[in-house]
Unconditional design. Structure first.
Length: 270
């Protein structure tokens, strides 16, 4: 599914560059020099206990106050990109949420893996891989397509489990994407792609994104157990590892600029 998202970056990531000329007006007066560092990043999650999927009353009030300073639709994420692609982990600009629970981390991984759209995108990826004869041992025809399909689905599910569920729990990291939502196109683009290497802990501190980097590598290594023998090489594992990381790299860029595209073109609200 991330292959499709990365392929859509031409629409989602570059249109905002032009759209910002029309809609990228400053959201508020320029901050004082002493406040520049604090304004550079989106708000961290509020470390207060709350039931799964809910915000505390104080968190909700703070979030509402922040949202009031934004133009309508500015930095506001929707649950899906282009009405199809899951966008469950994206947090709107200015939103303050309680830390993710263990249940929420595994839930987002499951949603990204078993959402109805996942089966469609896996089918598309499998068709592309078969068309380019990526794994000749799978052969062609219906049987060959079936092999491409289940291998692709297993790869996707395996990575989601490690990157969004297991390792965020182990390292106490937040698997959500916090939209920056302000600043120039380059600044926001750099921020978005840097989230491949930088994430937040459950307490809101920035840290190395071990969940992403190690999770992609672990899932690529596990895939060698169910691929044919000739594809169980360090070279193939490294290729799958790099591919997983680059696709997530593109996905973060899509998440960052989707609110701008949505606001400027589709006028969709969640």
């Amino acid at each position: 599914m991330r292959i499709i998202i990365a392929g859509a970056i031409c629409l989602v990531a570059f249109i905002p560059g032009a759209a910002q000329v029309r809609v990228g007006l400053p959201l508020s007066p320029a901050p004082q020099r002493t406040e520049l560092a604090a304004a550079a990043l989106p708000d961290a999650p509020t470390p207060s206990a709350a039931p799964d999927g809910q915000q505390s009353s104080s968190t909700s009030k703070t979030s509402s106050a922040t949202t009031d300073t934004l133009a309508p639709g500015e930095g506001q994420q929707t649950k899906r990109i282009l009405w199809i692609v899951p966008n469950f982990r994206a947090v709107s600009a200015g939103a303050k949420l309680p830390p993710q629970s263990v249940k929420e981390k595994f839930k987002t991984g499951a949603l990204d893996s078993f959402d109805y759209s996942s089966f469609i995108f896996v089918g598309i990826q499998a068709g592309i891989a078969q068309g380019s004869n990526s794994y000749p041992a799978f052969r062609q025809g219906a049987a060959g397509y079936g092999r491409y399909y289940w291998h692709t689905f297993a790869d996707q599910t395996d990575e989601n489990l490690w990157v969004e569920g297991i390792l965020p729990v182990v390292f106490r990291q937040d698997s959500r994407y916090y939209t920056l939502g302000h600043g120039g196109f380059i600044k926001r683009g750099v921020y978005a792609v840097s989230r491949t290497l930088i994430t937040r802990t459950d307490s809101g501190r920035e840290t190395f994104n071990a969940s992403e980097i190690l999770g992609s590598g672990i899932s690529a290594s596990i895939s060698s157990l169910y691929y044919p023998t000739q594809y169980r090489t360090w070279n193939k594992i490294g290729q799958r590892w790099l591919t997983n990381a680059l696709l997530d790299f593109g996905t973060f860029a899509a998440k960052e600029f989707w609110p701008d595209v949505n606001r400027a073109i589709f006028h969709e609200s969640d």
